[in-house]
Ligand binder design. Structure first.
Ligand SMILES: C[S@@+](CC[C@H](N)C(=O)[O-])C[C@H]1O[C@@H](n2cnc3c(N)ncnc32)[C@H](O)[C@@H]1O
Length: 278
């Protein structure tokens, strides 16, 4: 079997198992297994695979065929300027969360040494990106999951970024005050569980689901956040567009000001932010 034939076979296998972008995933998996770039797969199209190469290529494709997320099979995933270790201990960082970091940077504009906390840090994605892009910031990251925190710690060490990691429920024990409190909490509605992509079944439930309509953790966050904000400090959460109006109302009811909803490029409300004014 040649490199090209292996690529075609992997593509067909993934397509038959319902993978959304079978060619791209086959390229990424095969390139990683063979220690090649995606371009090499084409320049070496007619080269026969060795027995060892064939063996190495098989298992990652089989795993992806079970609809395990690509990021778990590869074992790492890009997030802004960082490459994060990714496995089933924590949610795969999503592209929309990269925009949340842009929002954080905009809200912190002008702060020289901001105090920041990322609540529900998972792989550490948001906290580590902020530590990377705002070298003066003092960044704390929390998670209720010991497994996720262990992965975040590994990522902080691998990337040599200073983030203080704490296990706990939301903001309990967070000393504050913070200039920014950011969270991408679990916000998937349990009533939607049956209609989700099979990949999500491989991710931790605690990272996804938050009650029947998905707002349980958002509601608790909105009730707690003002107490840990510095004067003029900002809070922001990622959420499902259907939850934006509700969360904006909860922020206002919690005596936060400047409540704003931010939309993604498709026009969907994905972030709600607010400030504490004295
Ligand atoms: C949607 S994931 C986000 C992970 C990461 N921030 C990201 O954007 O990729 C939500 C995270 O919140 C954590 N979590 C869930 N409930 C929590 C709670 N009550 N307190 C703290 N963390 C919680 C989960 O363990 C999970 O790591």
């Amino acid at each position: 079997m040649t490199v090209g034939e292996a690529l075609d076979a992997a593509t067909d296998y993934l397509a038959a198992h319902g993978v959304e972008r079978p060619r791209l995933d086959a390229e990424l998996l095969l390139a990683r297994s063979l220690g090649l770039t995606r371009l090499d797969l084409y320049t070496q199209h007619d080269r026969p695979l060795t027995v060892a190469e064939r063996a190495a290529a098989r298992e990652p494709v089989r795993r992806r065929g079970t609809r395990e997320p690509l990021a778990y099979v590869l074992g790492d995933w890009g997030f802004r300027r960082l490459t994060l270790r990714t496995d089933r201990r924590a949610l795969v960082p999503r592209p929309e969360t990269e925009s949340v970091v842009d929002r954080c940077l905009a809200l912190l504009d002008g702060s020289v040494q901001p105090r920041v906390i990322d609540v529900g840090t998972g792989t550490g994605a948001i906290a580590l990106a902020l530590a990377d892009e705002l070298p003066g910031a003092r960044v704390v990251a929390t998670d209720a999951s010991a497994d996720a925190l262990a992965l975040a710690r590994e990522n902080a060490e691998l990337l040599d970024l200073a983030v203080e990691l704490r296990e706990g429920d939301l903001l309990a024990g967070a000393a504050g005050p913070f200039d920014l409190v950011v969270s991408n909490p679990p916000y998937v509605a349990e009533r939607d569980a049956a209609s989700l992509a099979p990949e999500l079944a491989h991710e931790p439930r605690v990272a996804l689901f938050a009650g029947v309509d998905g707002t349980d953790v958002l509601r608790a966050f909105a009730a707690q956040v003002r107490d840990v904000l510095a004067p003029n400090g900002a809070a922001l959460v990622e959420l499902d567009p259907a939850q934006a109006d509700t969360v904006a109302a909860w922020f206002a009811a919690a005596d936060l000001s400047d409540v704003q909803t931010h939309r993604d490029m498709a026009g969907r409300a994905r972030v709600v932010a607010a400030r504490r004014r004295e």
